[in-house]
Design a protein around this ligand. Structure first.
Ligand code: PBG
Length: 330
């Protein structure tokens, strides 16, 4: 005798076709943004804490972008490795119109005008203090002085051809100030992707290895958000929206799915999430040691971020995921 059940949810799971038919969240290569670590010298250099990710010289960057485009990825974000000798207290290198970032933008845009290029607006790769903002003699991070420099940095990136500038510094008021600076210079078409809820996270460790950008003293807790706080993300969201952000971001992604959901429900703007270097390292090292099936675990982690409400995901797995998504299902 069959059980007399009011409903049988398993009916919607009975075959691959039925499961695909009722699936709620999806992933596609066009949703993925590929972060690129760029360097001056030709060739590539492995990053020990991020196996499979390298710092790329100019030719290698082009090869990487060519591959990513062929796999359906449309958007990249650039992070420069600045030699120690050129890092300064006031991070002047961040403003050089002939610096590594603007040169890379011009080169990539020259070859692929439709490639969407995002740039990081923050001083840490260029700062001898390893902070996102300017540091005073007492070790304090200066807000308003930093915002002025960030406006010049964003402007320089826009002039070089960046499509989207992404302030990751968490200074107060920078979205509005950058919007005004861009508009005043005629760059009304350049978008701002605000790192709206960026947490003071342990999961940025491998990224700081990649760029040699760890704070030389102190930590980032006076500007990045406290991992205990979710409501505060809504306060940042309100400000970023009012100041003119075009897209907003939550970062990291996996440990902050509740924040992604909260932000998703509170805004009509596109919401991005950044699966950061430490999240990549966790998956990658576990897979390398046979603890996880990498493909299944990565796609599950990314799908979870989508299900939580992210429209787009920045991930070091962008290329691998794009390939896995377009292959026949395993
Ligand atoms: C800094 C910046 C960081 C990341 C992106 N931009 C690190 C930090 O705030 O220290 C981290 C990304 C990652 O871990 O993958 N402006």
């Amino acid at each position: 005798m069959p059980l007399d059940l009011p409903s049988r949810p398993r009916r919607n799971r009975k075959s691959a076709a039925v499961r695909a038919f009722v699936r709620e969240a999806d992933l596609a290569p066009s949703r993925l943004v590929l972060p690129l670590f760029i360097r001056e010298e030709e060739g590539t250099q492995a990053i020990a804490t991020m196996p499979g990710v390298s710092r790329l010289g100019p030719d290698a960057v082009e090869a990487e972008v060519e591959g990513a485009l062929a796999e359906g990825i449309t958007t990249v974000i650039l992070f420069p490795l600045v030699p120690e000798a050129r890092k300064t207290k006031r991070a002047e290198e961040a403003l050089d119109p002939d610096g590594l970032v603007p040169r890379t933008i011009r080169r990539l845009k020259g070859r692929w005008p439709d490639l969407v290029i995002c740039t990081d607006v923050a001083l840490d790769p260029y700062s001898s203090d390893g902070h996102d903002g300017l540091v005073d003699a007492d070790g304090r991070i200066l807000n308003d002085e930093t915002v002025e420099v960030l406006c010049d940095q964003a402007l320089m990136q826009a002039e070089a051809g960046a499509d989207i500038v992404a302030p990751s510094d968490m200074m107060d008021g920078r979205i509005g100030a950058i919007r005004d600076a861009l508009d005043a210079a005629g760059h009304t078409g350049v978008s701002i992707l605000a790192y709206t809820a960026k947490y003071a996270s342990a999961f940025y460790g491998p990224f700081r290895d990649a760029l040699d950008s760890a704070p030389r003293a102190g930590d980032k807790k006076t500007y990045q958000m406290d991992p205990a706080n979710a409501r505060e993300a809504l306060r940042e969201l309100g400000l970023d929206e009012a100041e003119g952000a075009d897209l907003v971001m939550v970062k990291p992604a996996g440990p902050y799915l509740d924040v992604i959901r909260l932000v998703r429900e509170a805004t009509a703007l596109p919401v991005a999430a950044y699966q950061v270097s430490g999240e990549y390292a966790m998956l990658r090292f576990a897979a390398q040691h046979g603890a996880l099936d990498e493909r299944r675990a990565v796609l599950e982690a990314l799908l979870g971020i989508r299900r939580a409400g992210a429209d787009m995901i920045l991930t070091y797995y962008a290329r691998a995921a794009a390939r896995w998504l377009t292959e026949r299902p395993a």
